[in-house]
Design a protein. Sequence first.
Length: 228
Amino acid sequence: MSGGDPRISGTDTGSVSIKVIVADDQAAIREPLAAVLALAPDIDVVATAADGAEALAAAASVPVDVVLMDLRMPVMDGTEATRRLSEDHPRVAVVILTTFADDDSIMAALSAGARGYLTKNAGREDIARAVRAAAAGQSVLDRAVQARLLAAARTPRPAPERPLPADLTPREREVLTLIGQGLPNRAIAETLFISEATVKTHINNLFAKADIRNRVDAIRRAVAAGLA
């Protein structure tokens, strides 16, 4: 881990904080970002890392809830680190924070298990909200990323998509429709006048029934089924 002692404590409010690792190969980005996040009363930056290998080592040595991960790093890039974290530490959420928003980078990171994807023009409040959402089991996607996913999902594919199972409930179809439109869990909850916890339950049931692997797959299936 970079920078000597990696622990940077946030404000102590007496409540349970979200433990975060910040992984970026550029110290000029990594250290200020860690310092800014640590100012949030509910976020504790427990380590920083200069590459994916350091992020994995940190996750194995300190309690962590969320890894804020850059994509293009030496030694081990963010996509491979995300994949390994998903396998070795499935309870740790990864939020990608990168300058790259091309289709290949987005698809690779989300397929590897990233729960969120932001570009580096996101504000500090947006980043903090994404960390909180990821810790709560929600997915957060930058608006530009959502747009690219929708565009990619609507691109004709040579192989036919699997049909949706007949036993999806009307509510599960509604949730899939809204996912297909690029809405995050909070917006789905507001649209359907239900709680985010209920949205998460519907998504879990939907994914299990339809054998949907991740949000990218859900968007593709929604478009193929004519729901989005």
